[in-house]
Design a protein around this ligand. Structure first.
Ligand SMILES: NC(=O)c1ccc[n+]([C@@H]2O[C@H](COP(=O)([O-])OP(=O)(O)OC[C@H]3O[C@@H](n4cnc5c(N)ncnc54)[C@H](O)[C@@H]3O)[C@@H](O)[C@H]2O)c1
Length: 244
């Protein structure tokens, strides 16, 4: 058991990569706080996991709202008393030519994919400092490393997450908080529209989409003591895309 009795907060924890990571963390002994703005899906997933005897709590929150983010940790501390692992994973993405991109849409994407990641990380760090440390994994994207047409806001935000990760890692390196990021390639989750899947598969050197389970294993490595000397870095798990 790699996370025995650890308390893990997972944003975007009721769908795709976050949900599979929640299941793996539970298998590895963790108590998991599922955070999402989708309350219906959240309550259903919480009930499904509880039926399998998992120790879980669902907290509804929009990660762009500072008070709601504070409440995630208030509820976590009330139930479990500490935060050992934070998988800072909720995000949105949309493809749109830049000449058609409204400023409000740019703001919305950067607000969720970068500002939200900061807000959640800050509150997580505040709690970890009280209890002697922890680990944080931020979900970036392979499009934090490289560019692509039609995703200016998303790619800028994800590039920001990679450097936010490095900066936080250095800031807390001597205070036992390790901060790393995951850079997924194209992963078969609800974020990818059905009609895009074939094109994205063919763009991937391994000629398939990744699975959420494959992301979860990389997240577990970074969240657990298996990566005890790794901080400020990124696992890029993309079927070879950024090797091109
Ligand atoms: N699937 C991919 O191909 C891919 C590739 C690279 C990076 N990512 C990143 O992985 C992360 C997880 O995405 P996924 O593929 O599992 O997608 P997903 O849509 O299945 O899951 C994302 C979850 O985040 C939640 N969410 C979105 N905005 C939120 C907000 N403001 N507050 C709270 N919750 C919010 C959604 O309700 C959803 O449950 C995202 O950060 C995404 O950018 C995904």
């Amino acid at each position: 058991m790699k996370l025995q009795d650890k308390v893990a907060v997972i944003t975007g924890g009721v769908s795709g990569i976050g949900a599979k990571t929640a299941e793996l963390f539970i298998e590895e002994g963790a108590k998991v706080v599922l955070v999402d703005m989708n309350a219906e899906k959240g309550k259903a997933f919480e009930a499904e996991l509880k039926a399998k005897n998992a120790d879980v709590l669902f907290v509804e929150a929009n990660i762009t709202d500072e008070e709601q983010v504070k409440n995630i940790f208030k509820e976590t501390i009330a139930k479990y008393g500490r935060v050992d692992v934070l998988f800072n994973n909720a995000g949105i993405g949309r493809v749109q030519p830049t000449e058609d991109l409204e400023y409000s849409e740019w703001r919305n994407t950067v607000n969720v994919d970068l500002d939200g990641v900061f807000l959640v990380a800050r509150e997580g760090i505040r709690e970890m400092l009280k209890t002697g440390g922890g680990t944080i994994v931020n979900t970036a994207s392979m499009y934090g490393w490289v560019g692509s047409p039609g995703s200016a806001a998303y790619n800028a935000a994800k590039g920001g997450v990679l450097n936010l990760t490095r900066s936080l890692a250095l800031e807390y390196a001597t205070r036992n908080i390790r901060v790393n990021s995951l850079a997924p390639g194209f992963i078969d989750t609800p974020i990818i529209p059905e009609e895009s899947k074939e094109q994205l598969r063919s763009m991937t050197p391994m000629q398939r989409l990744g699975k959420s389970e494959e992301m979860a294993k990389a997240v577990l490595f970074m969240a657990s003591d298996d990566s005890s000397f790794m901080t400020g870095n990124t696992l890029t798990v993309d079927g070879g895309y950024t090797a091109q």
